[in-house]
Write a protein that binds this ligand. Structure first.
Ligand code: FMN
Length: 375
């Protein structure tokens, strides 16, 4: 492994050249497909497959595909429930429960479908039973995936299994309290993700969160996430005490990223304030591109149901929008930093330009320091 110009302990530990990790992003496998993951790892970072909602066989297939494309290290990201007992039962059963217990919400979603002239479609959301999650994790263990990241939930039961196969475990958090929980669970890395991030997000901004997490969990290493899309952000993350950056939004415009073309265009045209926090699609606060569905929920007077019920409630609407080729009505999770992203380009270029710019920023800071010292 070559040593890059921004070498940190993360690079030694994971066997990578640059301290940049492609965040595992779900979206039914569209956001971080194997060719994007492999491109990031080939460029010297660490690619991570977002595999939430994909079953064990699909996780295995994607892992093997990455291995066909690169012999470099990579990872898998999954969403775990807070406890295995909270894992979701059968989705059809949940849908029936939501319809029975929340008739106003149910009717509102039917009216939403009619408002946008979408023919009915069957909801495609998967089941998140304990057996489903165990199947996903087993695929990672059996395939000896080098890095496992838990986007939500409690990874404590995964850690001892991961140790046995030499798999590193990362846990994503938005508060200091959750960072401490992840450390108690035994993770090797804490990912501190700030409010500005795309997808599910908390309330504390990256610049405030990262140093507090670094101090709270030392000596466990921390990755900075949320709003990092260029060399300036990368240097900032390192300055806050992180050993590397976990980057999502910046890679959504990669040529290798398979999100809907409409969603890429929304990113290109969006300003920072167009990426808003909503519970409309999943029930948990998530940052998405502002659209007519979010606006309709906001003016409905109804509050979204808690996760996972809201996702179940919205399943059929999302399936109907997809069948009618109306991706503009489907959630497009993107972070605030997208306000400055305009270019679709290869993942390698995104990653290497981040490294080059970070080196230039460090040079600039160093010359400021030298000039100040001479004065
Ligand atoms: C499209 C999208 C999908 C995401 N899906 C997941 C996911 O499935 N699991 C997860 O741990 N994080 C997910 N995230 C959050 C990312 O892992 C990461 O923390 C975030 O993108 C970092 O902030 P940034 O978007 O400003 O770079 C998602 C983010 C985006 C933008």
């Amino acid at each position: 492994m070559k040593k890059g110009p921004l070498h940190t302990s993360l690079c030694d530990d994971l066997g990578i050249e640059h301290p940049i990790i492609l965040a595992g992003m779900g979206m039914k496998g569209r956001a971080t497909p194997p060719r994007l993951v492999a491109a990031v790892s080939e460029a010297g970072g660490l690619g991570v497959l977002g595999c939430s909602w994909l079953d064990g066989d699909e996780v295995r297939r994607r892992v093997r595909r990455v291995r066909e494309l690169t012999d470099k290290p990579f990872g898998v990201d999954l969403l775990l429930p807070a406890t295995m007992a909270e894992a979701m039962p059968d989705r059809a059963e949940m849908r029936a429960r939501v319809k029975r217990d929340y008739p106003r919400h149910w009717e509102f979603v039917q009216s939403l479908r009619e408002k946008f002239n979408l023919p009915p479609a069957e909801g495609k959301g998967g089941v998140m039973s304990a057996a489903f999650i165990r199947g996903q994790v087993d695929a990672c263990l059996e395939e000896r995936v080098p890095v496992f990241a838990a986007g939500l939930g409690d990874p404590s039961w995964v850690v001892p299994l991961a140790r046995k196969v030499g798999m590193k475990v990362m846990g994503l958090v938005g508060t200091v309290r959750n960072a401490q929980r992840q450390v108690n669970a035994g993770v090797d890395y804490v990912i501190a993700q700030g409010y500005e991030a795309g997808g599910h997000t908390g309330k504390i901004a990256t610049v405030a969160l990262v140093p507090q997490v670094v101090d709270a969990v030392r000596p466990v290493p921390v990755l900075a996430a949320g709003g990092i899309a260029d060399g300036r952000g990368l240097v900032a993350g390192l300055a806050l005490g992180a050993v590397g950056a976990w980057v999502g939004t910046a890679f959504l415009l990669a040529n290798e990223c398979d999100i809907f073309a409409v969603h890429k265009d929304e990113i290109v045209r969006g300003s920072a304030e167009d990426f808003v926090v909503t519970r409309a699609y999943t029930g948990k606060t998530a940052r998405d591109y502002r659209n007519d569905v979010i606006a309709a929920w906001e003016s409905s007077g109804l509050s979204a149901l808690p996760m996972p019920l809201q996702g179940v409630l919205m399943d059929e609407f999302v399936a109907a929008a997809e069948a009618a080729d109306r991706a503009d009505l489907i959630n497009n999770p993107v972070g605030q930093i997208a306000g400055m992203l305009t270019k679709k380009r290869p993942a390698r270029e995104i990653l290497l330009s981040m490294v080059d710019e970070a080196v230039a920023v460090l040079g600039r800071l160093d010359s400021m320091h030298t000039v100040a010292a001479r004065a």
